[in-house]
Write a protein of this length. Structure first.
Length: 361
């Protein structure tokens, strides 16, 4: 029975839950309302699981969930879910391999690391799997940062990384199942990946690699493990196609970070006042609902809120347990996250300006 048929059936029956059910079915016929509810419910379930069980890198689950539910994508199939799980294993294995076997030889590690960055960006610009690219990029950044502290740490955390990604895969599927797209909603399929050599994809990948390589090596060399989630946010940020558009992109980055940071700051202190798990989940659902309604609105500032919600989750989690140093450390993270975004944008803009004319043609 389709959603429309079910709604018609309920209208003709005397059910005490008729109004409630009919109202929910009305929501399911509105494509925008569906996306708002799906993102709100999916991200809240992800946060609830992450904080209830708190496995290593659990916060990656709500981050992945928000990133993918913010995109206008159709419901993934079981095949796509299992494929994403296998891609996760492969991506994490690559990160662990270069950490254990190449980091002891800095020159070889730097060379292979740069090549991996290039091929990761090249894959996304050719239309490759966004899931695999995102997981691989985070893996080759995260594992060396942890391995620089202790080899065993990268191996230990890799299990948490894989589990976080797997949980996100099926939460995205569950969110689509709980709040399905209306029958009238037609979501265009993503174009297939380009086969063979694609010059423009290689050029874009080279630019992204030149920009991302120095900051990644900086984080790895100085063992900035306290800022792992900020590096992950920068990794997600570098996958955006509009980074080299100058002032607008810079302002968007700063505004998104400030919005997310401001909400995270007040959210933290509200929870300090009422440190209860159920209150935390209820408050987050309300926050996610507000963000989701803004993300999928027609407001001119809607473009800020997807990145702002990811920043809010990262900054809030990174500030937990800081006690009396919370405020200073929190604002330090906000500044670093904003500066990382500004650096990426400015660097890409400079590359665009001075890129050899022969290459541009």
């Amino acid at each position: 029975m389709s959603t429309n048929e079910l709604a018609a059936h309920i209208q003709t029956t005397k059910n005490p839950l008729k109004k409630l059910t009919t109202g929910w079915l009305d929501i399911l016929q509105d494509a925008t309302a569906v996306r708002v509810m799906r993102l709100s419910i999916g991200s809240t379930i992800a946060m609830a699981l992450a904080y209830a069980f708190n496995w290593p890198l659990a916060m990656l689950t709500p981050v992945f969930t928000v990133v993918f539910l913010s995109l206008p994508l159709p419901r993934p199939s079981f095949y796509q879910g299992f494929r994403n799980m296998l891609q996760t294993l492969l991506a994490v294995a690559i990160g662990v391999f270069i950490t254990l076997y190449l980091m002891p030889i800095p020159f070889i590690f730097s060379l292979i690391f740069g090549l991996l960055l290039f091929h990761t960006y090249y894959l996304i610009n050719r239309g490759g799997s966004f899931w695999f690219v995102l997981i691989l990029l985070i893996s080759i950044l995260l594992m060396p940062m942890l391995g620089n502290v202790h080899d065993g740490l990268a191996i230990e955390v890799s299990a948490g990384f894989v589990w976080s990604a797997w949980v996100a895969v099926w939460l995205i599927f569950l969110a689509h199942l709980l709040v399905p797209d209306p029958d009238s909603q037609k979501i265009p399929k993503a174009p297939p990946m380009h086969k063979g050599y694609v010059p423009i994809a290689a050029e874009l990948a080279l630019k992204s690699t030149i920009v991302a390589f120095p900051i990644a090596i900086f984080f790895i060399a100085f063992q900035l493990t306290d800022y792992i989630l900020i590096m992950i946010n920068a990794a997600i940020f570098t996958l955006s196609p509009d980074l080299s558009k100058g002032k607008n992109a810079i302002s968007n980055s700063i505004i998104s970070t400030l919005i997310g940071g401001s909400v995270a700051y007040f959210f933290y202190w509200i929870l300090v006042a009422v440190p209860e798990y159920y209150f935390f989940i209820s408050c987050f659902f309300l926050v996610a609902l507000i963000f989701s309604s803004l993300i999928f609105s027609t407001r001119p500032d809607a473009k800020y809120y997807s990145s702002a919600l990811v920043a809010m989750i990262i900054l809030f989690n990174g500030s937990m347990g800081e006690d009396k140093d919370f405020t200073s450390l929190f604002f330090a993270r906000v500044v670093l996250m904003a500066l990382a975004g500004v650096y990426v944008i400015l660097a890409l803009k400079v590359l665009d300006r001075y890129w050899p004319a022969a290459v541009k043609k």
